[in-house]
Design a protein around this ligand. Structure first.
Ligand SMILES: [Zn+2]
Length: 690
C-alpha cells in the first residue's frame, strides 16, 4: 500500500479498497509507473468513484475543522486533496488520447459530466471558499514564501472565476452549463477521430505518379489493413496526406484528399460538429456573462500573460499585416510556375504543397525527399538526447521490462549529470486509429513533495510520425524533426519542475516557450552533424545540404504564418463573442475570413469542425504558439550571444524558468533569465518578416 493511500484510508467512510483494481492498489512497478499491463477498461469507473469519494472525505475534513483557517489547514490541505482522483484521471486521459477504443470512449462520455459536476461541487462549496478567502485576506499574518503567495492568489482567483461568488441560483445555471459543455466537448473530439478514421482515398497504380517510394509502401500497407489489398490508400493523417499533396501531380486526387481533410466534422452525418461547436461557443459566452466577464476570452485570459484580448489581437494583427504580403508574393511565384508549365488554372489551396515543393526546388535546389534519408527517427531521437546532455547534462537510458502504455511505446530513465534519477519518459511515435491527431507531451505524474520527499515525474511524448516502410526505417520530414524537438522541450519542462505543491499555475500563453525554444537547435550545423546521418551509409549530411537548409529558412514563411494566424484569430473571434448566440459555423468562418482578408489560396491551419485545440485546453489560446514565439526567439538570442551550448545560460534557463514554471509570475521568470522583458525583433528576423 502506498503511503498516500495509507494516510487516506482510515478516514474512508464506506467500503474497502478493491485490491484487485490496479488503479486502487500499490502499483508495485519500477519507479512506480502505472501498471499498464494490468489496467483494463473495467477498472476506471470504480477507480474514479473511489477517487471522488476520497476527495469528498478530504474536503469534509477541511471544512469541518474547528481551527481558524490558516495556510496549512486550508491551502495545503486543499492542495493534497484528490490525489487518487488525479492519479486515475491522468492514466485515463492519456490512454483516451493515444490508445482509445469503444469501451474507453463510452467511459469518457459517462465520466466527463460526472467529473465536471464534482469539480463544481468542490469549487462551489461555500464553506471551503470562505476558508480560502479568509486565508487570502489575512495572508500577511502567515509569513508566506513567494511560492505560497503565488499559489494562494491563483487559487483564490480561480475559485472566483469558477463561480464561488455567485448566488445559488446563478451557481445552478453555471453547473448546468458546465454539464452541457463537458458532454459536447467529448462528442466533438470523438467525432473528429471517427471522421479522420472513416475516410480513405483509394487509388490504383495511376494515382501513385510522382510519389516517393516510401510513401507508396506505406499506402499499400494502409490499403491492405483496410481490406483493399493490391491498391493504395491515403488518409487525412498528416504523414499520409501531406506527402501526397507535396508530390502527386494529379490535381483531382489532391483536391479530393484535401477536401476530406478540411471537411472533417462538416459532412452532415452523425459525426457533424457544426451544431456542437456553435453550442459550445454559445454556452461559453453565456458562462462568461454569468461570471461578470465581457466574453469567454476575457475570462480565460485573466491569469495569462496577455491579460486581455486586445493584447492578443494587437500582436496577431501586427504579424498578419507583415505576413500576408509575403504569402501573396508566394502565390505569385507559384502561379508563375503553373503558367510556365502551360497550366490554365489558378492556384487552389489543395495545390499549395505541390507548387511550394517545386518552388523550393527552383529557389534553393532543395527537395524534401533528399533530406529524409538523413532524418532516420532513431538518429533524430538520439540527437535530441545529445542536446539534453550538452545543455543540461541530462542522460536518457532505455528501460527494459517496463509496463508500456502501448506496445509501440519506448521508455527511458532520465538522469542528472551526477547520475541521480530525474524522472521517466515514454515516447510513442506512430499514428494508429486509436490515437488522436497531432503531437503532444503530457504527464502520468507531476513532480511534487510528499511528506518532505520529492516525488519524481513521469512524462509521455506522443507523435504521429511517418511510419517505417517494409524495407526502410521511419524517415522524417524536417517538420517532423522540429516536432520531436518541440515535444521533447515540453518533456524537459515537466521533468525539470521543482514545485513544492501539486497545484501549479502555468500561464497558458507561456507553455510553448520551453517547447519552441528547443526547435531553434534543429538546423544548427553542429547539431545536424550529430543526428543527420544517412540511414544506409551512416554518412553525415553533406555540408552543401546543410547550407541549403539554412538558406531556405524563409521558405514558405508567408504561408506558415498566415495559416497559423488565421486559426489563432478565428479562435479569438469565436471566444470574444459578447453574448450567447446561435451562429452558423460555416457562414461565421467564411464571413470572418473575408473581413480579415485571408487570401483564397490559403485555408486556416484548422477549420472549426476539427479544431480540437479550441474544444480542448487551447480555447481562446491557440494564439499561445505565436505569443510564446516572441519569447522563444528572444530567449534563443541569449544563447546566441553566449554560444548555443553555453552551460551557464542553459543552467540559468533551467533554474529561472523550467524549475519555477507554474510557481511564479511568467514575466518575472523571463526577466530573471533574460535580464529584461522580451522584444519582438528576433521573431520578425527569424521569420523573414522584418
Ligand atoms: Zn507544444
Amino acid at each position: 500500500m502506498s503511503a498516500l493511500l495509507a494516510v487516506i484510508l482510515p478516514s474512508c467512510k464506506t467500503g474497502t479498497i478493491d485490491k484487485s483494481n490496479p488503479l486502487l492498489s500499490d502499483y508495485n512497478t519500477p519507479f512506480n509507473v502505472p501498471p499498464f499491463d494490468r489496467i483494463w477498461a473495467k477498472h476506471y469507473v470504480p477507480a474514479f468513484e473511489k477517487g471522488m469519494e476520497q476527495a469528498r472525505t478530504e474536503l469534509d475534513a477541511i471544512v469541518a475543522s474547528k481551527k481558524k483557517p490558516d495556510y496549512k489547514n486550508t491551502i495545503e490541505a486543499y492542495d493534497k486533496m484528490g490525489s487518487l482522483l488525479t492519479k486515475v484521471f491522468l492514466v485515463f486521459s492519456n490512454q483516451s488520447q493515444s490508445n482509445t477504443n469503444d469501451s474507453l470512449q463510452k467511459i469518457e462520455v459517462e465520466m466527463s459530466p460526472r467529473l465536471a459536476a464534482f469539480q463544481d461541487e468542490v469549487k462551489l462549496n461555500p464553506d471551503l471558499f470562505s476558508r480560502v478567502k479568509s486565508v487570502y485576506e489575512n495572508q500577511d499574518k502567515f509569513n508566506l514564501s513567494p511560492e505560497q503567495k503565488f499559489l494562494l492568489e491563483n487559487l483564490y482567483k480561480g475559485f472566483i472565476r469558477s463561480g464561488a461568488n455567485l448566488n445559488l441560483q446563478d451557481q445552478d445555471t453555471l453547473k448546468a452549463i458546465n454539464q452541457k459543455l463537458s458532454v459536447l466537448t467529448v462528442r466533438f473530439n470523438q467525432n473528429v477521430l471517427a471522421e479522420t478514421n472513416n475516410f480513405k482515398l483509394i487509388v490504383d497504380e495511376k494515382g501513385l505518379k510522382g510519389l516517393p517510394s516510401s510513401v507508396v509502401t506505406t499506402a499499400a500497407e494502409t490499403a491492405k489493413e483496410a481490406g483493399q489489398e493490391g491498391k493504395w490508400a491515403f488518409t487525412t493523417q498528416r504523414p499520409s496526406i501531406f506527402p501526397f499533396l507535396q508530390y502527386s501531380p494529379d490535381r483531382n486526387l489532391r483536391r479530393e484528399l484535401f477536401h476530406a481533410y478540411t471537411n472533417r466534422g462538416n459532412n452532415g452525418n452523425e459525426y457533424d460538429n457544426n451544431n456542437i461547436f456553435a453550442e459550445i461557443v454559445s454556452l461559453r459566452a453565456q458562462r462568461a456573462k454569468l461570471l461578470g466577464y465581457e466574453s469567454h476570452a476575457h475570462l480565460v485570459l485573466e491569469p495569462r500573460m496577455a491579460k486581455v484580448p486586445e493584447n492578443v489581437f494587437n500582436l496577431l494583427s501586427s504579424l498578419w499585416d507583415k505576413a500576408l504580403p509575403v504569402a501573396v508574393k508566394e502565390v505569385k511565384e507559384m502561379q508563375g510556375i503553373i503558367n510556365s508549365e502551360g497550366g490554365k488554372f489558378k492556384l487552389e489551396p489543395s495545390d499549395w504543397w505541390y507548387y511550394a515543393e517545386k518552388l523550393r526546388k527552383q529557389k534553393y535546389d532543395l527537395d524534401d525527399t533528399e533530406l529524409r534519408p538523413y532524418f532516420k527517427l532513431e538518429n533524430v531521437r538520439d540527437g535530441v538526447f545529445e542536446l539534453a546532455d550538452r545543455l543540461f547534462g541530462l542522460t536518457l537510458t532505455p528501460l527494459q521490462n517496463m509496463p508500456l502504455p502501448h506496445p509501440d511505446a519506448q521508455v527511458y530513465e532520465v538522469k542528472e549529470a551526477d547520475g541521480s534519477h530525474l524522472g521517466v519518459l515514454y515516447m510513442d511515435f506512430f499514428p494508429r486509429e486509436s490515437k488522436r491527431q497531432g503531437a503532444w507531451c503530457t504527464t502520468y505524474r507531476n513532480y511534487h513533495m510528499e511528506d518532505g520527499k520529492a516525488i519524481t515525474p513521469v512524462a509521455s511524448l506522443v507523435c504521429n510520425f511517418t511510419l517505417p516502410g517494409k524495407d526502410t526505417p521511419s524517415l522524417l520530414s524536417l517538420e517532423e524533426v522540429s516536432t520531436l524537438y518541440h515535444e521533447f522541450g515540453h518533456a524537459i519542462d515537466f521533468l525539470s519542475n521543482k514545485s513544492v505543491y501539486n497545484t501549479i499555475y502555468q500561464a497558458w500563453d507561456f507553455v510553448e516557450l520551453p517547447s519552441q525554444l528547443l526547435e531553434h537547435w534543429v538546423t544548427e550545423p553542429e547539431v545536424l552533424g550529430w543526428y543527420a546521418k544517412h540511414y544506409q551509409t551512416g554518412e553525415p549530411i553533406p555540408s552543401v545540404l546543410v547550407d541549403k537548409i539554412r538558406k531556405s529558412a524563409y521558405f514558405n514563411q508567408g504561408f506558415d504564418n498566415v495559416e497559423i494566424l488565421a486559426a489563432s484569430m478565428l479562435d479569438m473571434v469565436y471566444h470574444t463573442m459578447k453574448a450567447p448566440a446561435k451562429i452558423n459555423v460555416q457562414n461565421f468562418e467564411k464571413e470572418y475570413f473575408t473581413v480579415l482578408g485571408l487570401i483564397p489560396e490559403i485555408v486556416s491551419r484548422y477549420r472549426t469542425t476539427y479544431f480540437t485545440h479550441i474544444t480542448g485546453e487551447y480555447d481562446a489560446g491557440y494564439y499561445s504558439y505565436t505569443w510564446a514565439a516572441v519569447l522563444d526567439n528572444d530567449a534563443f538570442e541569449a544563447f546566441r550571444e553566449k554560444g548555443i551550448f553555453d552551460r551557464a545560460t542553459a543552467e540559468s534557463y533551467r533554474k529561472n524558468i523550467l524549475e519555477k514554471n507554474g510557481t511564479m509570475d511568467a514575466m518575472q521568470m523571463y526577466v530573471n533569465f533574460r535580464g529584461r522583458e522580451p522584444v519582438i525583433e528576433p521573431l520578425l528576423k527569424n521569420r523573414g518578416l522584418l
